[in-house]
Design a protein around this ligand. Structure first.
Ligand SMILES: NC(=O)c1ccc[n+]([C@@H]2O[C@H](COP(=O)([O-])OP(=O)(O)OC[C@H]3O[C@@H](n4cnc5c(N)ncnc54)[C@H](O)[C@@H]3O)[C@@H](O)[C@H]2O)c1
Length: 335
């Protein structure tokens, strides 16, 4: 089965200058940074986060403490490391953003503006992760089109729509090569999710392996688009290496690999963990966020324009997740 690290080393463009990843210690960055280091070389990738690194860095790994709300810090790091590409992951996610809307605006919008300004001044390529949160209750919920109504009702969604538009503006007005994905819920085992509405899926795997029981904060029949992290990492790098002339949308492409409910995920986990029990204790805030999002996405634009082709469906993702998370939990308990 192909994983992110199996990208062809000869595919597409090879960045000559270094790559900066912001928010690198989060759920996506914890897997994107190693994939970029493997693909382009360890000395070409600068990981950064506002959090202090709690672990010993491997020899040659470059890490910077960087707060995206501080434009001078960004400019200094971009200049000093000769950055040519920025993967801008730093953000507050949907549930956390709803608790702290002012901080969410500050980090998600001012942070993006600061990154785009640095990219304009230093001619950097930029990756912007938008979200299914950029849609809202008036968006068609099934097979949501690439170009459609975007009137989200969460502060997270407002920052993602505004972010998509700001990225488009910098692309057309200042010729900054900005590209983005509308990511669905991401399922992974390396780092914990950062406070999104689709976190239930990752939590369910942990609780299934530990206790054979999980109380879900969403209703059992809540349908949402999802994707396994190796598919998300590969899609991100493939989009950044794609021929820019073929990109009709840039900010941002619908991507997803499956649409599932908590009940369907639990049933698939139960085929590997007999006796696993799911019950639901609904959190009204996160349920209302989920109810305002699409159940499934039309991903044909991503497939047509740059060959998006996810490899993990529900069955393959569940088997891989349980095997890898199970090995990780056993190794931790043996320490
Ligand atoms: N994980 C998902 O399911 C998902 C889905 C759709 C979109 N996205 C988007 O992808 C991006 C990354 O998501 P993630 O899941 O890795 O998030 P995460 O919450 O796990 O990680 C975000 C990181 O940003 C850092 N950060 C916060 N404020 C910062 C600041 N001011 N300066 C620098 N760093 C700061 C945090 O310390 C954290 O390490 C976000 O833009 C998110 O909206 C994620």
């Amino acid at each position: 089965m192909a994983r992110a690290e199996n990208l062809s080393p000869n595919s597409g463009l090879r960045p000559q200058r270094r790559i900066l990843v912001t928010g690198a210690m989060g759920q996506i960055g914890s897997e994107l940074v190693p994939a970029l280091r493997q693909h382009y070389g360890g000395d070409r990738v600068v990981a950064s986060d506002v959090r202090i690194v709690p672990y010993q860095l491997s020899a040659g790994d470059i890490h910077e403490h960087l707060d995206c709300t501080q434009p001078q810090q960004i400019l200094e790091v971009v200049r000093r490391h000769e950055i040519g590409t920025i993967y801008h992951l730093a953000a507050l996610l949907s549930a956390v953003a709803e608790e702290k809307p002012h901080a969410a605006w500050n980090i998600n919008m001012d942070g993006l503006y600061n990154i785009l300004e640095a990219a304009r001044q230093y001619r950097c390529q930029v990756f912007f992760p938008s979200s299914i949160g950029a849609f809202g209750p008036s968006t068609p919920r099934e097979h949501t089109p690439q170009a459609t109504v975007q009137r989200p009702t969460t502060i997270y969604g407002v920052t993602k729509v505004a972010g998509e538009l700001l990225c488009d503006y910098y692309a057309s007005r200042f010729v900054v090569d900005v590209r983005g994905l509308r990511l669905p819920g991401l399922i992974s085992y390396v780092a914990p999710p950062g406070g999104g509405t689709t976190d239930y899926a990752v939590e369910m795997f942990h609780q299934a392996l530990r206790y054979k029981h999980y109380s879900c904060f969403l209703k059992a029949n809540t349908l949402l688009p999802m994707m396994y992290m190796p598919d998300a990492i590969r899609a991100t790098i493939e989009l950044m290496e794609a021929d820019g002339a073929r990109l009709r949308y840039r900010n941002a492409y619908n991507v997803a690999a499956m649409s599932i409910t908590p009940a369907e995920l639990a049933a698939e986990i139960r085929t590997h963990v007999p006796g696993f029990v799911l019950d639901c204790r609904v959190d009204p805030v996160r349920q209302s966020i989920a109810d305002s999002w699409p159940g499934s996405l039309d991903t044909s634009a991503a497939r047509d324009d740059w060959g998006f082709a996810p490899q993990f469906d529900l069955a393959a993702m569940t088997a891989d997740m349980l095997a890898r998370l199970g090995a990780k939990l056993s190794a931790t308990s043996a320490d």
